[in-house]
Design a protein around this ligand. Structure first.
Ligand SMILES: C[S@@+](CC[C@H](N)C(=O)[O-])C[C@H]1O[C@@H](n2cnc3c(N)ncnc32)[C@H](O)[C@@H]1O
Length: 481
């Protein structure tokens, strides 16, 4: 059973009990954005900054990050046992575990031996029941993202969330007090884990001293491209929300911060559940796979060590791309690439990567610079441009194949609109990218034909091909004989 939702009208009482000072600000409804922070009176920082009493100020003790979870574990030995059994995998997962326990405590009806309540137990009840991030969309709604760069990312996220929640459950149900609180009466479910993940992702702030943290009340501030406020940490490590310099706001006007000017539409939708139409960041990240017929494809993936991606962005009038893996994709054994399995003195086998006989295992992300001084550097560049162009083309075709879909199932209009906006933005970047690369490819080919190394290389390819035709022809003769 989910805990009851607390009314935002009660937030000032909770805040006062927990030493939060609202200064000249308050939390109000914000049309289409849930809640937001507004000014209680007209303010200006045109001539000078406002004094500290104007700021929304949150005590350090309420800041939630991985260190706060460790502190909490020191006070509650049951939670320490849970954290040791389940946690210490990532700061994010430890914070989610803490919030899961607070969620269970908020919905409990009887007395349980586990779990020490904390101000966050009440605070999470002021937070939205549902977050508009795609991981909280229904299955039908997530299908709207097919053909966008988010398709793979959201599918991977859903699988990861299920895996994480299974791990929490299976690692804690043998601990009697936690079995009783979390699982026996069904106090928490996968849906809570997905919600807490969405809340965490959409409300985390990067604090100058405390790093990635969740901060009650300051996480009520909405985003704008041209923000009027900013957050900071003062000499007492309290977190403050202040008006930016040179700003004038009227009584009741909402104040905003920036969630990141450089974030792409996909990233905004993935992390915050909305797309900022005023954003100028036109970027796209696509997953990459080795070429289908590449016998070294698997080894390249293992040696690269991370999920290969292609970053595409529109800068000014043209489109630029960046992808360390593409340069590794485009070279082969005959170019001088080699993989060897070597055994160290302890008998551990290791995959090592060689380029022109030099060991470059630790430099697999640097192939762009490794190959550029090679006599055939221009050929490798042309291959890379062609691979990128084909990847953009196939993504555009995929996007278009879903564009005209009629049967959209039972989907909320806001999800449909967000997905359509994402499709439109990404199609624009892809079309621009294909056009830019076509021009670059043509230029590159012209340059190549004036490069004597390349002409010699092409000549040797032609000879090899005619030798092959000759061999095939003679074997055909053999066959007919
Ligand atoms: C840090 S919270 C801000 C407080 C939030 N509005 C609430 O009701 O709790 C971030 C969430 O607010 C909403 N939001 C913030 N800025 C927005 C904007 N410019 N347009 C639409 N939604 C926005 C999104 O749902 C986002 O995930």
């Amino acid at each position: 059973m989910p805990p009851p939702e607390l009314l935002i009208a009660d937030l000032p009482i909770w805040a006062r009990l927990n030493d939060i000072r609202f200064g000249d600000f308050e939390v109000k409804n914000s049309a289409g954005k849930g809640h937001g922070v507004v000014c209680r009176k007209a303010l200006t920082t045109i001539e000078q900054p406002l004094d500290e009493s104007s700021a929304l100020t949150v005590p350090h003790g309420l800041v939630l990050n991985v260190r706060a979870v460790e502190e909490y574990a020191k006070e509650d030995r049951n939670f320490k046992q849970l954290l040791d059994a389940v946690g210490h995998r990532s700061p994010r997962a430890d914070i989610l575990l803490f919030l899961l326990v607070q969620t269970a405590l908020a919905s409990r009806t009887g007395h349980y031996s586990a779990g020490l309540s904390n101000p966050w137990m009440e605070y999470i009840q002021f937070l939205p029941r549902s977050v508009s991030v795609p991981s909280m969309w229904t299955e039908d709604e997530r299908l709207l993202l097919r053909g966008t760069s988010l398709e793979t990312a959201v599918n991977a996220k859903m699988l990861a969330l299920v895996r994480e929640f299974d791990h929490v459950q299976s690692s804690s149900e043998d601990i009697p007090c936690w079995y009783e609180l979390l699982w026996q009466a069904g106090a928490v479910s996968l849906r809570d884990w997905i919600r807490l993940d969405g809340l965490h992702r959409s409300r985390c702030l990067e604090l100058p001293k405390s790093g990635e943290s969740m901060v009650p009340c300051i996480d009520m501030v909405n985003h704008a491209q041209n923000p009027t406020a900013y957050y900071d940490e003062n000499s007492k490590n309290e977190v403050t929300l202040l008006l930016r310099p040179g700003i004038t706001v009227s009584e009741g006007q909402e104040v905003t911060i920036s969630y990141g000017k450089a974030k792409s539409a996909a990233e905004m939708l993935f992390s915050y559940g909305f797309i900022d139409k005023d954003s100028t960041a036109e970027t796209l990240v696509l997953p990459l796979e080795p070429l289908e017929d590449d016998p070294l494809g698997r080894a390249k993936l293992v040696a690269f060590g991370e999920a290969p991606k292609l970053h595409v962005g529109r800068v000014g009038g043209s489109v630029v791309w960046q992808s360390p893996f593409v340069h590794l994709m485009c070279i082969n054994e005959e170019d001088g690439l080699d993989f060897r399995v070597l055994q160290d003195t302890q008998g551990v086998r290791q995959l090592r990567v060689f380029w022109q006989d030099g060991d470059v295992t630790d430099r697999t992300t640097e192939f762009e610079s490794l190959v550029q001084n090679h006599a055939l550097g221009a050929v490798f560049r042309l291959r890379a441009v062609t691979v990128v162009q084909e990847r953009l083309q196939s993504q555009l075709e995929l996007a278009r194949s879903y564009e005209s879909e009629k049967d959209l199932g039972d989907v909320r209009p806001e999800c449909l609109e967000a997905a359509r906006t994402l499709h439109q933005i990404e199609a624009g970047i892809l079309e621009g990218g294909i056009e830019t690369l076509e021009k670059e490819g043509l230029m590159q080919k012209t340059l190549l034909l004036s490069d004597e190394n390349v002409v010699a290389y092409l000549g040797s390819m032609e000879t090899a091909e005619s030798d092959l035709v000759g061999e095939e022809a003679s074997s055909e003769v053999d066959d007919f004989s």
